[in-house]
Structure formats: structure tokens, C-alpha cells
Design a protein around this ligand. Structure first.
Ligand code: ACO
Length: 378
């Protein structure tokens, strides 16, 4: 009998030079560089170059990436109108899907080794405009296109909130973009790869990835994790909430557990550091940071024996909240960053390893039946 791997666990669908994960030891590297090193010593733009061209850029190469990103922010008015035409209470990632479907109709083009990387950079820049305007539409604000600057993170924050962000905020946003940029082949990247395997265009790959990212077991977890902290409301309620909800209610602790990491997710440590820094100047965020720390302690006590630890989504919400983002935007922020990983993986697949992805399902239904005319069916 054929073997079925439920959830495709431990099935390898491609080779990659992009991201290395050692789930046992909690190691994450992009192109051989430790995630901590990248967060401390590079910017998102440098990581864009690393993922798409295979190494960190020199100054001239970095400048070229900045120019391409800055040139890519414009999107057609019809796409802006589409975002603003949706009801304000629409799901933010759903709004991104709508915008990217429209962009695929307008810009979807055949794969081409000469232009694939520049297309990916434009996709990333356009994602910034889309996410900014999803937020602004939902908040009832006028459309705004990110303005060219020397920092993708700064342009994004400025356009989102109509204010000049502090250096600390730009650094935290930049770090978040790096931390969520890629994670090998989770459900969303796999959805993008399946789509690319039919040689559908890059924007359509992003639509497929967004659809998969939206679920609470994947990208939606940061929102779900933070909602737990909102529900707890104050640090002194944490023990009672944990006992009732997680111990007695047997609910899953959101922001904990990972298919690959069997130890502390290295991204969670870095998000925790930025959450702590930002919350020192923001009383509300500080409260949620304290709650999160208490939940983390209780979660580790209860689940560490099962190798279940905080994942990247546990503290990222506190960072996003401290930056001023509403909870409903957290998954879209993840998507903005992961657009880099999605595009880098599909390029790697299409250029180097292309084959149509077409698995099988093992049929277990009735072998053969005769159709009974409808009037004779019971
Ligand atoms: N809380 C409580 N129990 C958990 C949790 C959790 N967060 N995660 C796993 N478990 C338990 C399961 O109940 C199960 O227990 P059992 O064997 O006694 O039945 C066991 O661990 C294995 O769980 P699975 O769901 O089969 O493991 P899987 O590898 O599919 O889990 C997943 C990965 C889906 C992420 C899971 O840990 C989970 O649901 N976490 C909460 C949601 C979350 O935070 N998702 C974000 C993931 S990271 C990301 O997408 C960026």
C-alpha cells in the first residue's frame, strides 16, 4: 500500500540555498548567515539582495535595490480603488488577496531569468503599498503611496501612519521584516510553489500564498496570540486565565509549538527583545509585554516536556502593537515581509528545479456503482 504523509510531514519538495533551519537546536540562517547577525548588522533591503542574488550586497548593489524598491511603490489607481471599495470591516489579508489578484491581471508576465529578480523586487515594493492602503482604508484614511527613502521600513511606517517614525521604531520594523522574510517551505510557500509549478505568474503565486497564510494555524497565529493577551487584560489575571483556558479548557496556546522547531524559536527571542525595548516607552504595550512574559513562563512549564515552546508569533504582536498597528493587521505585516521568501523560493524553483507539482490521492471510496435514476433513489 502507498504511504501517505499526513500534513506532508518530513516530505522534501525542493532543495534550497535560501534558508536553513535546525529545529532541534533552534538555529535559523538565511544564505548561511545567522538570523541574529542579520538583524543586528543588516537591513531588510540587504536581506532582499541576499535572498534574490545569493549574497549580501556591496554599497553599489544595495543602492540599486533601494532605487528599484523606491520606483516600485506606485500601483494603478484601479487597484487602490478596489481596496477602498471593499467594506471597511473586510479581512485585511483578504483585501491583500483582492489587490494582488488585480495586480496579477495587470502585471502577470511569463517567467524570464533576466527579469525575475527585478519583478520580485517590484512585487515586494507593491506589497508595501498594498498593506499601507489596506490599513488606511480600514482606518477610514485617504490613500497614500509610500515615498522613496533610504529605508523600506521607514517609507512603510511613514505612509501607514502619516508621521515620522523614531529611529527605534524603524529598527524594530526593519527587524520584523527580516525575521518574517522566509522560513523554508511552510504552507504558504508551498502554496506559492504549487502555483509556480504550473508556470503561473509571480503575482498569482503571492495570491496563493496569502490564501494559505491567512489561517490561524499559520500566519494568523500572531493575531490569535495577541488576542489571548487582550483577553487576559492585566498581568494579575494571567494565572487564572491560563488555568481555566489552557489547563482545564485544553485550548491550544497560540504562539506556541512548531512543526519544525522542537526548542525555542530563535525568532521569538529577537521579537521578545524588540517587544521589551518598544514597550519601555508605551504603557499599554508594556502591560501586554508583561502578560506575554507570564504566559510564556506558564506555557513553558506546561509544554516544554512535549518540546513545545514559543514560536515567532508569540511576541511579534507586541512589537506590531507597540508600533501602532491594530491587531487585524498583524497577518498582513507578516505577509509583507514573507513576500520576499515567497518570491525567492518560486524563482529558485522555476529557474533551477522546475517540475509540475502533481501529487496523488489514494482512492478509498466505493469501487464501482451503477447510477440509479433520480426518481428511483430513496
Ligand atoms: N498548545 C497546546 N498543545 C499543542 C500546541 C499548542 N500551541 N501545539 C501542539 N500541541 C500539542 C497537540 O495538542 C498535540 O498533542 P497530542 O499529541 O497530545 O495530541 C501535539 O502537540 C502535536 O500537535 P500537532 O498539531 O499534531 O503538531 P503540529 O506539528 O501540526 O503543530 C502547530 C504545529 C500547528 C503550529 C501547532 O503547534 C499549533 O497549533 N500551534 C498554535 C498555533 C500557532 O502558534 N501557529 C504558528 C506556527 S508558526 C508560524 O506559522 C509562523
Amino acid at each position: 500500500m502507498s504511504q501517505i504523509s499526513r500534513g506532508l510531514e518530513n516530505v522534501y519538495i525542493k532543495t534550497t540555498s535560501l534558508t536553513y533551519i535546525d529545529g532541534e537546536n533552534g538555529i535559523l540562517r538565511y544564505g548561511g548567515y545567522d538570523i541574529d547577525d542579520l538583524v543586528d548588522h543588516t537591513t531588510f533591503e540587504e536581506v532582499v539582495y541576499l535572498m534574490l542574488y545569493g549574497d549580501l550586497p556591496n554599497k553599489i548593489q544595495l543602492q540599486r535595490i533601494r532605487v528599484l524598491l523606491n520606483e516600485g511603490y506606485e500601483i494603478p489607481q484601479q487597484v487602490i480603488d478596489m481596496i477602498y471599495g471593499l467594506p471597511r470591516d473586510s479581512d485585511a489579508v483578504g483585501m491583500m488577496e483582492t489587490a494582488f489578484s488585480a495586480l496579477s491581471s495587470i502585471y502577470g508576465s511569463p517567467w524570464n531569468k533576466v527579469t525575475n529578480r527585478e519583478t520580485a523586487i517590484k512585487v515586494i515594493a507593491r506589497a508595501s503599498t498594498v498593506v499601507t492602503n489596506v490599513l488606511r482604508a480600514k482606518e477610514g484614511k485617504k490613500p497614500r503611496i509610500p515615498e522613496p527613502s533610504d529605508s523600506f521600513a521607514r517609507s512603510f511606517l511613514e505612509a501607514s501612519f502619516n508621521r515620522t517614525p523614531s529611529t527605534e521604531e524603524v529598527k524594530a520594523m526593519d527587524a520584523s521584516l527580516i525575521l518574517y522574510a522566509d522560513h523554508e517551505v511552510p504552507a504558504s510557500t508551498t502554496a506559492a510553489l504549487v502555483t509556480s509549478s504550473t508556470l503561473s505568474d509571480m503575482y498569482s503565486c503571492v495570491v496563493a500564498a496569502l490564501a494559505a497564510l491567512k489561517g490561524p494555524l499559520h500566519g494568523g497565529a500572531a493575531e490569535e496570540a495577541f488576542k489571548q493577551f487582550l483577553e487576559i487584560g492585566s498581568p494579575e489575571n494571567t494565572d487564572q486565565w491560563f488555568q481555566k483556558k489552557i489547563v482545564e479548557g485544553k485550548a491550544r496556546l497560540m504562539g506556541f509549538g512548531h512543526r519544525v522547531y522542537k526548542t525555542y524559536d530563535p525568532r521569538a527571542k529577537l521579537f521578545k527583545r524588540f517587544a521589551k525595548q518598544l514597550s519601555e516607552r508605551n504603557q499599554e504595550a508594556k502591560k501586554y509585554f508583561e502578560i506575554a512574559q507570564k504566559v510564556e513562563e506558564l506555557g513553558i512549564q506546561m509544554f516544554s516536556q512535549k518540546h513545545i515552546f514559543p514560536n515567532t508569533d508569540f511576541y511579534s504582536g507586541v512589537v506590531f502593537y507597540a508600533l501602532g498597528f491594530p491587531v487585524y493587521m498583524f497577518t498582513s505585516l507578516f505577509a509583507l515581509s514573507r513576500t520576499l521568501g515567497w518570491t525567492a523560493h518560486v524563482i529558485e524553483y522555476v529557474e533551477e528545479q522546475h517540475r509540475l507539482i502533481r501529487p496523488r490521492a489514494l482512492y478509498v471510496g466505493p469501487i464501482r456503482r451503477e447510477v440509479i435514476p433520480i426518481e428511483l433513489r430513496g
